[in-house]
Design a protein around this ligand. Sequence first.
Ligand SMILES: [Ca+2]
Ligand SMILES: [Ca+2]
Length: 136
Amino acid sequence: MKRKLLLLSVTLLVIMMFGVSSFAAFTDIEPNDDYSQANEITLPAYISGSLSMYDKYDYYKVVLSSSATLTANLSSSSSADLDLYLFDANKTLIASSRKTGSSSESISKTVSAGTYYVRAVFFTGSPASYTLNVTK
Ligand SMILES: [Ca+2]
Ligand SMILES: [Ca+2]
């Protein structure tokens, strides 16, 4: 009986460790309201964050060592209208997703090596928690 319990604990521990290592979870760190404050993420990144009328911008910085198709998906847990933008190292807008209402936003863009910024924006509505997945 004790042995079974031990086996169960070890199995659970392994599952937990595997779960953590295979899922690069990240929670947004404030302040991250401008390019210079962007949270640097490594891909694939599974981000949890929050936005409101008092915290309208969350910036994330991605550094690519080679060309890739950068994909970002943003979904809100509330009725808030959030939008998604992608900028290059020169802060030039290269892609955006600006649907109305609480629709999920999605960007997919093939880019060369370099630095990129993903910006999640609070457009309107009540304070929102969101998930932002950035992959390549
Ligand atoms: Ca912010
Ligand atoms: Ca939107």
